[in-house]
Every structure is written in C-alpha cells, then in structure tokens.
Ligand binder design. Sequence first.
Ligand SMILES: [Ca+2]
Ligand SMILES: [Ca+2]
Length: 338
Amino acid sequence: MFILKCVVLILHFTFLESVKFRCDYRYTDIGWFKYHEIPATWDEARLRCHLEGGTLASPTTPKMKSLMLESFCKTEIFTGIAAIFSKGDYFTIAGIPLAEISHEWAPYEPDNKNNAENCITLNSDGKLSDVRCDEPRTYICYREHSNVDVNVCGTPDPDYHFETQTNKCYKFHTKAKNFERAHMICSAEGAHLAIINSEEEAKIITQIFAKYPKANIVGSIYQDIAIIGFNYWGLNSEWTTIHGESIQKAGYAKFAPGQPDNLKNREYCGTVFRTGLLNDGDCEVNYAFFCEKTPNYPPVCDNVSNTNHSRFCENDIQDHEKQLGSTSRNIIYPGPVY
Ligand SMILES: [Ca+2]
Ligand SMILES: [Ca+2]
C-alpha cells in the first residue's frame, strides 16, 4: 500500500513537473490565469486571450469565480459571457449558457441599457452586470491545464519553428493582416514582427516563405509580400526596426530594385518579397506576416515556481481585503510585466 502511494505520488509530481506555461500567467490547481490591466473592448480581449493560448475567463464555477475575484482590483472586469450571435442569448466562449452558471446580478441589472448591452462583467463583489461590449475594460485570460507543453520555442504553438543559425523561432502567418494587427498578433503570441539582422536571416525568411505557395495566403492580393518588423520613422526620415534601430544598424537593409517607391504616397510600413529583398508597403493593406520569437521570452514557468503571483493594485489593497474578509493574505506585488 505504502509503495503504491509512493508510486502515485511520484507519478503525480512527474505530471506536475511537466506543467509549463508563460510566467505572466499565474498557476493554480485548475489552470493558468492572467489579469490584463490594459483595458480592451470585449472583441479585442477575446482575441488577445485566444492568441496567448487561452480564453477570456468566465466565472463558470465557484472556484473559477473566486480565483478571478482574487486577480483584479478594478470595480469590474469583462467575462467571456456575451450575447454575440443573438440578442439576450448569453453564453461563455466555450458555449456554456448563462442559465447553467450560478450567478447573482448587481442591483438593477441586467437592464440592457439603450438596447446596447451584450457583454457581461464580473464585479468586485462577485455580481454580474450587462454592459456595452465596445467600452474597454480589463479582463482575465485563462488557460486550462492541458497535456500540451511548451516546445523548444517556449510556446505551445506548434507553428513556431526553431532555426539553429539564428537561435530564434519563426512563425509565418498566412491569414493576411495590416501592419498594426500583425504587430498585435505577434506581440500576443509572445513574439514580435520579424526583424532581419543578417543575410543569413534573410535567407531563413526566404526559405520559410517558399514553403507557402501563393494559394496558401488568405486575404491578400499581394501574395509575394509579407510584413516584417520595420517602418518609416518620418520624424527622422529613416527606415527603423520596431525595436528602434535603423535597418542599416540592425544588419540588413537590402531593398528590392526600385524600392522603396512610396507607391501612391502611402507606403510607410516594412515588408519583404519572396526574394528576401525589402519593400515599403501600405500600412493599411493586408499582407501575410512573419513573427519572430526568442525561445526564452516570455519566460516559461512551471507550476512550482509560479503559484503565488497574485496581482493587487496598491491603492485598493485595503478594499480588496475587506471584500475577501481577510487581513492575513500574503500579498505579492507584481514583478515586471512581459
Ligand atoms: Ca447594464
Ligand atoms: Ca513599395
């Protein structure tokens, strides 16, 4: 019996050992949580959670609710509960109907004010309100425990591939986006728009691009062009990487013949041709794009090192403690945010 218990324990710890995810998420026994302190509209919040490998959190169980309430200090946050397909029909993102979730409404809620409220907030007292989806609020992303561990690129996303020549990982996005959205997507994935620092890296980009024939690229008529991480810094009249260096200083500044041509006087964003040569592209036009990721950024944590990573707003600690009915909590101030 004792031996059996030991085996079970060892297996348990072996399993726990393999639980790894980005450190900006807090580990709990039901999954990983990240409070997003920058308010966003509900659509943007949902997208960002999705890109980070999670979902917009909803208080579906008492445990979920209490962990969510521990994670924020505002008066309310967006939940994943919304009526996105038909008015008044509230579901979580995973499709759980509101009716199946134990909940209590805040006073005078839901009121569907101006017939314009289709999203639901969790308030700091644990009650719900219906609110407009387009008014930015903070929110929590949640990732269930899963057997999918992070790969050599430090992400569970299998589309990031490690390249030994540069010690970086790359992901080619075939769904075309404009520069701003492409930048957001790479950032949320823990990466950045690819920056070419050498001939060698240009060659890697060319080789990856070649794996995706024109037909694979969706949503762009420019299937031989992809966004990468540089743009025109007008104030200083120079092409600059998104990390602030001139592209010459960054190590690669080979424009294609005839480029930059500033076509229609609106090309201020950096793109690359299949040849690996640079082009100025329209910041508003959708192109495929390359993300680049450093394998150890954002840092990856396991369950052991990352259980006690609660976030509190300094000014609200007292109020928060009152709500929790406790003064003995071990308050840990947030470290650097990645
Ligand atoms: Ca309301
Ligand atoms: Ca051009």
